[in-house]
Design a protein around this ligand. Structure first.
Ligand code: KG4
Ligand code: ZN
Length: 333
């Protein structure tokens, strides 16, 4: 009999469900809530309402696509933090009810572990230990991932996350939300040396991205005709901003390889979908002798396949959650 794991993710503004059959991905469905775009950011109250509306149809869609019945599920993996409390509650309550009704294990997953272990959804899997850079809308951290789900944190951001910087800078330039994909696309047509934005690393493995956002704010305020300047140089500004962020992230990755002597790198989280970041770190890897694993874009941004995978890996290691599990919005790694 095949082992079926259902994964559920609802920590922010994506309602997602995925099915693993014997460890292989059979379906992954993500509904990104469009309601937040008009506000330029996620509105928590609207997010939880949308999760409530979407959770049943999204799980149904994942089951149908995988061609499995709800009665076939052997375990339910679900994100219980970090994230928005109201959003997490929808996914966790659904998962607990299903696990109780079907009498199958509940596997609570830290959203960050979901990102970290998303690389194991791919055919080519990185060895352990490896260095992981997780860069998303809420997190920026550099860690050593070791056997037994051990995570040694080398550094993290002291203020904004990398994805948050992409989103805030995109908003300043009048681009849609989330801003990362817009900047990524526009940057490919621009001059990355048009403006030199600050590259801030408070120490070797710490990051700070709030300064670069303020720099862009002042830079735009200094222009006599801001709208015209933006129209003429949008690509150049996107490329210059992106170059600064990539310089900082890639520099820290190369330093982490040198300091730890571990020649294996993974990059995960929404910003790891960034074309220039991937190209740069891969080029550094060829030059400095480390290999790089970045999941396909659909596994970089929030999804439930990574939650199912992390949950399943922990389940195989003997882990299970009690049905009394509650959401932890500020859950740490
Ligand atoms: O992992 P994710 O989907 O959600 C969180 O856990 O936060 O990451 C979302 C973030 C957003 O800030 C978005 O702008 C950014 O990832 N992002 C990108 C790209 N695609 C998504 N940033 C830069 N380049 C991209 N191609
Ligand atoms: Zn995420």
């Amino acid at each position: 009999m095949a082992t079926v794991v259902l994964g559920i993710e609802s920590s922010c503004d994506d309602t997602a469900a995925a099915i693993l059959v014997d460890g292989r991905l059979a379906s992954s469905v993500v509904s990104s809530q469009a309601v937040h775009e008009q506000y330029g950011g996620v509105v928590p109250e609207l997010a939880s309402r949308d999760h409530q509306r979407l959770i049943v149809p999204i799980v149904d869609a994942a089951l149908k696509k995988a061609n499995v019945a709800i009665t076939d599920i052997d375990a339910v993996a679900v994100t219980y933090g970090p994230g928005l409390a109201g959003s997490l509650l929808v996914g966790l309550s659904f998962a607990k009810a299903l696990a109780a009704a079907r009498n199958v294990p509940l596997l609570g997953v830290n959203h960050l572990e979901g990102h970290i272990y998303s690389v194991f959804l791919e055919e080519t899997q990185p060895p352990l230990p490896h260095i992981n850079l997780t860069v998303s809308g809420g997190h920026t951290q550099l860690i050593v991932v070791d056997k037994g789900f051990k995570h040694n944190i080398l550094g993290r951001t002291r203020d904004d996350a990398a994805g948050e910087a992409f989103d805030k800078v995109a908003k300043l330039m009048g681009l849609g939300f989330p801003g990362g994909p817009h900047i990524d696309r526009l940057a490919s047509k621009g001059n990355p040396e048009f403006v030199h934005f600050p590259r801030s690393r408070p120490d070797k493995f710490s990051f700070s991205f709030s300064g670069i956002k303020t720099s862009m704010l002042y830079y735009l305020a200094d222009q006599d005709d801001r709208e015209n300047h933006l129209r003429e140089h949008l690509g150049d500004l996107c490329a210059s901003f992106q170059r600064a962020v990539v310089d900082v992230l890639a520099g820290a990755v190369a330093d982490a390889v040198e300091e730890t002597g571990i020649p294996h790198v993974t990059i995960t989280g929404g910003v790891s979908a960034n074309r220039e970041l991937g190209e740069r770190v891969r080029a550094d890897g060829r030059r400095l002798g480390f290999d790089v694993c970045i999941p396909r874009p659909a596994f970089c941004t929030d999804n439930a396949a990574m939650i199912a995978k992390a949950g399943e890996m922990k389940w195989h290691a003997g882990f299970e959650s009690p049905l009394s599990l509650t959401v932890i919005p500020n859950l740490a790694l």
